[in-house]
Design a protein around this ligand. Structure first.
Ligand SMILES: [Zn+2]
Length: 103
């Protein structure tokens, strides 16, 4: 797996492919951001299924430490096809900013 990842990063043009996700913990309602590196964090599906890449990300806030599991699917251009979350809710960047501005 490490070897394959090296090939993929070598093939990729140098660019800042970062996706920010904002989530709210379902338990303690903490809102926080998760940084996804689209070059390093995605796994190829090797042609299995409609998506080209998948991502499984585990995250937790710094208040209740409950696990939030994010699963996503991407096409070959690394655009999001589908996203799912367990233990939390996706929020917009505006909600994230409001949450932190009000604290
Ligand atoms: Zn929490």
């Amino acid at each position: 797996m490490k070897f394959l990842k090296k090939i993929f990063s070598f093939l990729d043009k140098p660019q800042d492919d970062v996706l920010m996700l904002y989530v709210r913990c379902n338990h303690c309602k903490t809102v926080f951001g998760i940084r996804i590196d689209l070059r390093r964090d995605l796994n190829s599906t090797y042609g299995e299924g409609p998506a080209e890449f998948t991502l499984r990300k585990e995250a937790m806030d710094n208040k209740c430490y409950r696990l939030i599991i994010i699963t996503m699917e991407f096409d070959s251009a690394r655009k999001v096809l589908q996203q799912d979350i367990q233990g939390g809710t996706f929020v917009t960047v505006e909600e994230y900013q409001q949450y932190h501005a009000s604290r």
